[in-house]
Design a protein around this ligand. Structure first.
Ligand code: SF4
Ligand code: SF4
Length: 591
């Protein structure tokens, strides 16, 4: 065994690797992305197939295909990605799998970088398989390794739920040797098992329901969920990472509470019954929905137990957001009818902003100039969602929805409808929405902000970049050609840094009927190489008109009646492009 200081996501990657993973598929999404990045790094010597797929459904279907050939595969995504992958996921539990198939889903309590806080454990209930929820970074590695074996044992895909703090926390982790490939199985035809026509699906559901008894027995034997005895009459149920908060609270407060640690769903019924019988009152800590709490109510009813239960259902714990040691303590105060004293301090708020020189700033400026403030801007998910502060993003629902919503709006709105989507998101779910808009003759402008990467999640490649997950050269899917082939007649490419030129080009197609596509093509300022250029203001020429400030660049400010450029300048030249008095000048010494 070797000890390494790892991120929770890196520990998951090591666990998958040790467990004999042969193929991994993912779509980038915070807080899950580092798992794939680490797999690329640690699998160099092994022949493991690793892919950034174009969306989570495609990811899942690929991993399932690998599993049917008998190999161990995994699929990795953030919580909302499971909505996209839910179709194949749920039916694959009907058909069952051959090689171990593990689905890792990273939830985001408090929605730090997501459009909602949904709890993926609900999919465990819907799909009727097993969900693991690690309580520490070491356990993340252990469970990821073990999950392949367990998936093969029960013949079903299994799910691992992580949460932001577990994915992004760091600790020492013991890692071991990679398990060797166990079989050279190939796909064996079995239509009654794998072809889900209604007659086969009905049989499959019956089998799956019968399998629930086997699952219950198997889960009971696993070491991950456990009952830790104590003297107190008030017991604590701690799910996943909340176990770490509970342990810290119990140790600091010198409490001797019995603890039931939950790391598997379904909960092990017998172990849980023993715990419930040993206490009078129970507090349940879990992030997300009251999933374990509901199970405890059900078991209490079945076994006619009269424990008093404190949790989300009766408002003793928060229904939203993340838990912490402080929140655990606060709940105990609440149970005793007391108020916890807070020693608060404030830190300045730092709302997220687009980087200085971000090409999206130019795109938004251009769109406002051409379409005016009354245009509707249905938006999408990516860095550019921050355009909401610049009044160039009016909606954000889910990946790809900006185009489809825009099509719907365009049927009833008289103002221009200008949908905004990123390049990676366009490949994710924008393409079918575009085809639908063309086919059903929407009257809409679609803007693809093509910064040549999936920027928000850490600059992962996509089919438009010409490189794959392992940074090897591959086929580059050209957006302009693809869009023309989808039936769009008016598709133009502009450079968001060349503001005047772009405005003129867009004016040329603005009033045409039907679907028009504008590709704003310019590499993300973070990944673009080249020399560090900076600009400065020639104060003699500056008339203080503030026109340059309408770009909303972070590096620009206004002082004593003149514009100023600070050290954050990345030298994009957009502001130089719009100053009518040539007061913005390239710093030749730095350029
Ligand atoms: S050149 Fe102007 S717009 Fe570009 S980063 Fe510098 S200050 Fe910002
Ligand atoms: S646009 Fe030019 S003149 Fe106007 S404030 Fe900016 S630098 Fe000064």
């Amino acid at each position: 065994m070797e000890k390494k200081y790892l991120l929770g996501n890196e520990a998951l990657a090591y666990g998958l690797f040790e467990g004999g993973l042969e193929a991994s598929f993912a779509y980038p999404g915070t807080p899950s992305s580092e798992i794939t990045e680490k797999l690329v790094e640690i699998s160099k010597e092994e022949n493991i197939y690793i892919e950034w797929s174009i969306n989570e459904k495609v990811s899942y279907e690929n991993a399932y295909g690998v599993s049917l050939t008998g190999r161990r595969s995994c699929v990795i995504m953030k919580h909302v990605g499971l909505n996209v992958a839910s179709d194949p996921f749920i039916t694959s539990v009907y058909t069952g799998i051959i090689g171990g198939l593990v689905i890792i889903v990273a939830d985001d309590p408090f929605a730090y970088s997501s459009q909602n806080e949904q709890d993926s454990r609900r999919y465990w209930q819907l799909a009727k398989t097993v969900c693991f929820e690690p309580s520490s970074i070491q356990e993340s590695k252990n469970i990821a390794k073990f999950s392949f074996e367990f998936s093969e044992k029960i013949g079903l895909p299994v799910m691992i739920r992580s949460v932001t703090k577990l994915s992004h926390g760091k600790s020492d982790v013991l890692i071991g040797k990679r398990q060797k490939k166990i079989s050279d199985y190939g796909f064996k035809k079995n239509p009654s098992k794998f072809v889900m026509v209604p007659s086969n699906a009905r049989v499959a559901l019956k089998n799956l329901n019968e399998k629930q008894e086997i699952i219950k027995k198997e889960v009971e034997k696993l070491p991950f969920s456990k009952f830790e005895k104590g003297e107190s009459n008030i017991g604590i149920v701690a799910c996943g990472l909340t176990y770490s908060y509970v342990k810290e609270f119990v140790e600091t407060e010198k409490k001797n509470s019995p603890i039931f640690k939950v790391s598997t769903y379904p909960l092990p019924e017998k172990k849980l019954k023993n715990f419930l019988e040993s206490v009078n009152e129970i507090v349940v800590f879990e992030e997300g929905d009251p999933v374990a709490e509901e199970q405890i109510y059900i078991y209490s009813k079945i076994y006619n137990l009269k424990n008093k239960i404190y949790g989300k259902i009766n408002n003793f714990t928060d229904k939203e957001g993340e838990l912490s040691v402080d929140k655990v303590e606060e709940t105990f105060y609440k149970i005793r009818g007391k108020k916890k004293k807070y020693y608060s301090f404030s830190i300045p708020e730092r709302p997220p902003v687009l980087c200085a020189g971000c090409p999206h700033l130019g795109s938004f400026y251009i769109l406002k100039k051409v379409f005016g403030k009354d245009a509707l801007f249905p938006g999408d998910i990516g860095c550019y969602t921050l355009g909401v502060k610049l009044e160039t993003i009016d909606t954000c629902l889910c990946m790809g929805a900006g185009i489809s919503m825009g099509s719907g709006m365009s049927r009833f709105e008289k103002n221009n409808v200008v949908s905004i989507i990123g390049d990676s998101t366009f490949f994710h779910t924008g393409i079918p929405a575009l085809i639908n808009a063309v086919y059903n003759q929407a009257n809409q402008v679609i803007c693809i902000l093509d910064n040549r990467t999936t920027a928000m999640t850490g600059h992962q490649p996509h089919p438009g970049t010409g490189i794959n997950a392992k940074k090897e050269k591959t086929v580059e899917i050209e957006l302009k050609k693809l869009i023309s082939n989808c039936g769009v007649e008016d598709v133009i490419e502009v450079d968001p840094y060349k503001i005047k030129e772009a405005i003129e080009k867009i004016k040329g197609i603005k009033d045409k009927k039907g679907v028009k596509v504008i590709i704003f093509k310019r590499e993300c300022i973070i990944t673009s190489k080249g020399k560090k250029i900076q600009y400065y203001i020639d104060s003699k020429r500056c008339k203080g008109c503030k026109l340059c400030l309408t770009i909303n660049c972070l590096a620009m400010s206004f002082k004593n009646g003149k514009a100023e450029i600070g050290i954050l300048c990345n030298g994009c030249g957009m502001c130089e492009n719009i100053c009518p008095y040539k007061a913005i000048v390239k710093d030749e010494k730095k350029g």
